[in-house]
Design a protein around this ligand. Structure first.
Ligand SMILES: CCCCCCCCCCC/C=C/C(=O)SCCNC(=O)CCNC(=O)[C@H](O)C(C)(C)COP(=O)(O)OP(=O)(O)OC[C@H]1O[C@@H](n2cnc3c(N)ncnc32)[C@H](O)[C@@H]1OP(=O)(O)O
Ligand SMILES: NC(=O)C1=CN([C@@H]2O[C@H](COP(=O)(O)OP(=O)(O)OC[C@H]3O[C@@H](n4cnc5c(N)ncnc54)[C@H](OP(=O)(O)O)[C@@H]3O)[C@@H](O)[C@H]2O)C=CC1
Length: 310
């Protein structure tokens, strides 16, 4: 049984309740597991209910084994609960139900982690209207709906903390322009909400994983293209990031250690965004320099020598 652990102190989140969208796979699963390890009850939500339920079964055994081992008793009065909810974050009513059922079941909602998301590889020129809309609706609108409902149904009156998982679109996102645009939107939404909701005691932050956090599900999304090896070669650490390197940072943002951190985007990327060259530009001579010599030539389209245009 794979281990679960944390650098944070045990019981840090005892009695707390979190929703983690996309919490049955990859990064979201690690976030949900670490929160549970720290005592938080978690609701994981996504579209594929069978995969989600099977993941939840495995997560429950991992956590109960880990907590029993740590306590040395076999039982734990703070044992966190894990529930699953089928929810497509693109559907407003499903998001409303996700939040209302969580509040109804647990009587509170302390943390919301907007982790669900994704995209497909494509040059911008080939993205259909429908494909563009699917990615924007998932990553931008879905995140907005989740934030809004968490706020309206619980956090407005009771406070809380939200973390929005985005992506490394710091230098644009060639080959994934749709997700780059959507995640830049979430980056800005995060800042707006941090201000609008400050008087409710709600902190809103974003976390941008570098483009190299390996999980089987993330890799499978790209079919035959070995995207992660491609990224690894051009990464300063010369390795891929691990999902627990993201979950620890999420737990930090949710914890009291970040009580004065809001409206921030934390890049967890091993400095990848400062270094990597993601997009090979073929040799070409299409970029024409502007020169005064050329500009002054008789007949030049920019020539100002014979007739002043100013
Ligand atoms: C070699 C190049 C190197 C470039 C280097 C870049 C480095 C990048 C590193 C990676 C960083 C990021 C990693 C991650 O985010 S990992 C997470 C991966 N997981 C996911 O993405 C899962 C979630 N994704 C999805 O669910 C889908 O991608 C989607 C968001 C599109 C939603 O899918 P859904 O099934 O709900 O939608 P539809 O089937 O209805 O599709 C709607 C239309 O979207 C278009 N589409 C969908 N898939 C593709 C595709 N593979 N190629 C082209 N177009 C696609 C299409 O128009 C769909 O409509 P139609 O089916 O009717 O045509
Ligand atoms: N891995 C990486 O290198 C990076 C990942 N990210 C982002 O991190 C997040 C987690 O990715 P990762 O764990 O790697 O990949 P996964 O593919 O494992 O995770 C995506 C999760 O989102 C869920 N999801 C997708 N669309 C929806 C939807 N419409 N409604 C509800 N749930 C949905 C999926 O579940 P289901 O299919 O059941 O709905 C799945 O659990 C994503 O937002 C991803 O884009 C960002 C940068 C880099």
């Amino acid at each position: 049984m794979a281990a679960v652990s944390s650098v944070f102190r045990r019981g840090l989140f005892n009695g707390r309740v979190a929703v983690v969208t996309g919490g049955g796979t990859g990064i979201g699963q690690a976030i949900a597991l670490e929160l549970m390890y720290l005592g938080c009850s978690v609701v994981v939500a996504s579209r594929k209910i069978e995969r989600l339920e099977s993941a939840a079964k495995d997560m429950r055994s991992r956590i109960s084994q880990q907590l029993s081992l740590a306590e040395g008793t076999g039982s734990n009065k703070h044992a966190p609960d894990l529930s699953v909810v089928k929810c497509n974050i693109r559907e407003e009513k499903e998001v409303q139900r996700l939040v209302s059922s969580t509040v109804e079941k647990y009587g509170r909602l302390d943390f919301f982690v907007n982790n669900a998301g994704g995209q497909f590889l494509s040059p911008a020129a080939n993205i259909s209207h429908k494909g563009w809309t699917a990615v924007i609706d998932t990553n931008l609108t879905g995140t907005f709906l989740c934030c809004r409902e968490a706020y309206k149904q619980w956090m407005q009156e009771n406070g809380g903390a939200i973390v929005n998982i985005i992506a490394d679109m710091y230098k644009g996102f060639p080959s994934m322009s749709h997700t780059g645009a959507a995640r830049a939107g979430v980056d800005n939404l995060t800042k707006s909400l941090a201000i609008e909701w400050a008087d409710s005691g709600v902190r809103v932050n974003a976390l941008a994983p570098g483009s190299a956090i390996y999980s089987d599900t993330a890799a499978a999304n790209y079919g035959d293209i070995d995207l992660f090896s491609h990224v690894k070669e051009s990464h300063p650490t010369k390795r891929l990031g691990r999902v627990e390197e993201i979950s620890g940072a999420v737990c930090f943002l949710l914890s009291p250690a970040a009580s004065f951190v809001s409206g921030e985007t934390l890049y967890v990327d091993g400095a990848g965004r400062l270094y990597q060259r993601m997009w090979e530009i073929p040799e070409h001579n299409k970029s024409k320099a502007y020169t005064w010599e050329e500009d002054s030539k008789e007949g030049s389209s920019n020539s100002h020598t014979t007739t002043s245009k100013l």
